[in-house]
Design a protein around this ligand. Structure first.
Ligand code: SF4
Length: 466
């Protein structure tokens, strides 16, 4: 790690940056516009959030609150749990634990900090982690392993078997920091009672672990409040997800980021409900007028990202879609697979439901919700089996009338790289042009944004899409 980077505390720096950005537009819009000229470093990033109006501001506020919660956790007598985006934070909130979701913090750092999280990624390898591991954990994780963040108290992940590189990253962090570690297993199938019972029992063991290491008992009244909030959020999400089927899509690409970042950080929390309501109000208004949510107001192309989006430097990917008039109809991260969602009807038994009528019903609900998070849901085995990656991709692309499908991941993702070629071939056979991006969603050193952009442009041109 370069010595100068050791001078900054990562979570403090991000909290201050996002907090300042969230306060910045409190004056008149003219003041904000003129003031942006004095901050060239952040201009394009801040502008992307400000252009998204109230939802953009709600998102900034939510993100800054997330970091502030981490900074204040110990002062407030709360424990901090390092965890993954495949694990719902709702259970941590129910036990008054503050989650630190490495992948979300890596993506955010990449999007808003031009210097990038590259040194943190490398730091993980300097202290013994393999460099072929997924960059999504390594970014923020490197900062915490280097002591540049609040002290982690415990580590929880849920991807053994689903993603070796994810599970190993958390196991490495727990061993290196010498902290208690819990690996929740994943259900081998969804919607089958035996497997669901196994998962529920495992989930109960997770709760016992959290109770033991936090010294706090599960508060079932609080869990009921959280699940009731999730119910409301799921309703709002369902309507937003339906908006991806409209032509044109009445939402800017950044709404995708807001939907899943909000859920990965604040599921069941009022901050996420506020964000969803604000997005829905915006989207309903544009939908009522038949207008696109893109800056240009013209939708030229509809793209489905069959895996994840691109998170490096300056919000480049998001602005690129906006400038080219490309509607992003979602990714594996956007969908929550609630049982009443339109697309969920295509997959028998895959949706989850919520029930707060008893303690056991609540625990089963939250365990099943957890099992529908990305990767655990549809990348936990062969891509072409029922309800898995291929079926999910084709069904959603068809419902949302996507005109092409793009794969983007990280070179460390053996999970998807091991099957992406036959997966793409089968999708092409169904009539969808497919582009496989060779960059790294979190690390611009693998392929520069300029090269990524040119390859995207070339694909759209050669396939006659733009
Ligand atoms: S992107 Fe791939 S390697 Fe990274 S956590 Fe997800 S499945 Fe695992």
């Amino acid at each position: 790690m370069r010595p100068e980077l050791m001078q900054y505390n990562f979570d403090w720096m991000m909290a201050k940056t996002l907090d300042a950005a969230a306060r910045f537009p409190m004056g008149t819009s003219k003041e904000t516009r003129l003031a942006l000229n004095y901050m060239p470093y952040f201009q394009s990033i801040a502008d992307t959030f400000y252009t998204a109006g109230d939802p953009g501001m709600q998102l900034l506020n939510l993100l800054s609150t997330y970091y502030k919660n981490i900074l204040n956790a110990h002062k407030n007598g709360q424990k901090i749990a390092a965890t993954t985006f495949c694990q719902s934070p709702a259970i941590f909130y129910a036990l008054d634990v503050v989650p630190v979701t490495f992948e979300v913090l890596t993506a955010l750092g990449g999007l808003v900090w031009k210097r990038g999280l590259f040194d943190y990624m490398d730091y993980c390898c300097e202290i013994g982690m393999t460099e072929t591991s997924c960059s999504s954990q390594r970014g923020a994780m490197g900062a915490y392993l280097a002591g540049l963040g609040e002290e982690i108290d415990l580590v929880v992940c849920d991807t053994p078997g689903v993603c070796d590189t994810n599970a190993n990253a958390f196991s490495f962090a727990a061993a290196y920091l010498d902290k208690p570690f819990f690996q929740l297993n994943y259900p081998s199938s969804l919607g089958d009672p035996r497997s669901e019972q196994y998962h529920l029992d495992d989930y109960k063991a997770l709760i016992s672990f959290l109770e033991e290491h936090t010294g706090k008992k599960m508060n079932y009244d609080r869990l009921a409040t959280i699940l009731t909030a999730v119910e409301e959020q799921d309703d709002l999400i369902a309507e937003l997800e339906d908006m991806f089927m409209l032509e044109p899509v009445p939402m800017p690409p950044i709404f995708n980021l807001a939907m899943y970042t909000g859920r990965f950080t604040f599921c069941g929390h009022p901050a996420f409900t506020r964000l969803l309501k604000s997005m829905l109000e915006w989207a309903r208004e544009l939908a009522g007028q038949g207008r696109s949510g893109l800056k240009s107001g013209r939708e030229n192309l509809r793209v489905y990202m069959c895996y994840i989006d691109h998170y490096t430097v300056d919000m480049n990917f998001w602005n690129y879609l906006d400038e080219r008039g490309i509607a992003n109809v979602g990714s594996i991260l956007t969908r929550n697979f609630r049982d009443f969602n339109t697309y969920t009807r295509e997959f028998e038994g895959v949706g989850y439901s919520l029930d707060v009528s008893s303690r056991d019903a609540m625990l089963n609900s939250i365990a099943q919700l957890n099992a529908r998070l990305p990767m655990v849901r549809s990348i936990r085995g062969p891509y072409d089996q029922p309800n898995m990656w291929l079926e999910e991709t084709l069904a959603i692309a068809k419902l949302c009338r996507a005109q092409c499908i793009i794969y983007n991941g990280t070179p460390g993702c053996r999970n998807t790289w091991g099957m992406v070629k036959p997966f793409a071939r089968e999708i092409e056979n169904q009539g969808y042009p497919v582009h496989i991006m060779y960059g790294d969603a979190f690390d611009d050193r693998v392929e520069s944004w300029e090269a990524t952009r040119e390859r995207l442009d070339e694909f759209f041109q050669v396939r006659g899409l733009l």
